[in-house]
Design a protein around this ligand. Structure first.
Ligand code: SF4
Length: 180
């Protein structure tokens, strides 16, 4: 019995999607892209006070091929943008991105010529986190928002219907925002 035979069985595909999404959302392994000061707050989320492991995301590894979610924390310059994008490309799908802080999300407080005015200009972003810097609770809130988004994703349904799982090149701005 292949996936094709499940095509007309909405119940089965929905249940499988729920199991896959449940496993994915509770084991998001971050790729910590700590570029400047926001990174300190990101590090704090892994400490005992905020304890990101409550949400299954304590496995921060600097190996993109073992990561699910990139957390871009800090100012991204045009020079650095190529590096960030390359690391993002090395992550296996499915993958998600959290843009942490005013600098990553919008270029920061002031228009500075070497700074990219929002990382969504060169990579898709799922959740934006406001603040300068955002507190660790804000990052945890973003993680919860991402989990909610993953809950609604269709994986088996897409495979059964032969749809391609599309990752846009640039400009994806869907997703929730959190405030400082
Ligand atoms: S948003 Fe604020 S804390 Fe974060 S990198 Fe920019 S200046 Fe630093």
């Amino acid at each position: 019995m292949g996936l094709g035979s499940l095509q007309h069985d909405g119940f089965m595909t929905t249940r499988l999607d729920k199991v896959i999404n449940w496993a994915r959302k509770n084991s998001l392994w971050p790729m910590p892209m700590g570029i400047s000061c926001c990174a300190i707050e990101m590090m704090a989320t892994a400490g005992p006070r905020f304890d990101i492991s409550r949400f299954g995301s304590e496995v921060m590894r600097f190996t993109p091929r073992q990561c699910d979610v990139m957390i871009v924390a800090g100012t991204v310059t045009y020079k650095m943008a190529k590096v960030v994008r390359k690391i993002y490309d090395q992550m296996p799908e499915p993958k998600w991105v959290i843009s942490m802080g005013a600098c990553a999300s919008s270029g920061g407080m002031f228009r500075s010529y070497p700074v990219v005015q929002g990382i969504d200009l060169f990579m898709p972003v799922d959740v934006f986190v406001a603040g300068c810097p955002p507190r660790p609770e804000n990052l945890l809130r973003a993680l919860l928002e991402l989990q909610k988004k993953i809950e609604k994703e269709r994986t088996i349904g897409k495979l059964v219907h032969g749809e391609r799982i599309h990752i846009p090149e640039t400009g994806a701005t869907e997703g929730a925002s959190t405030s400082a």
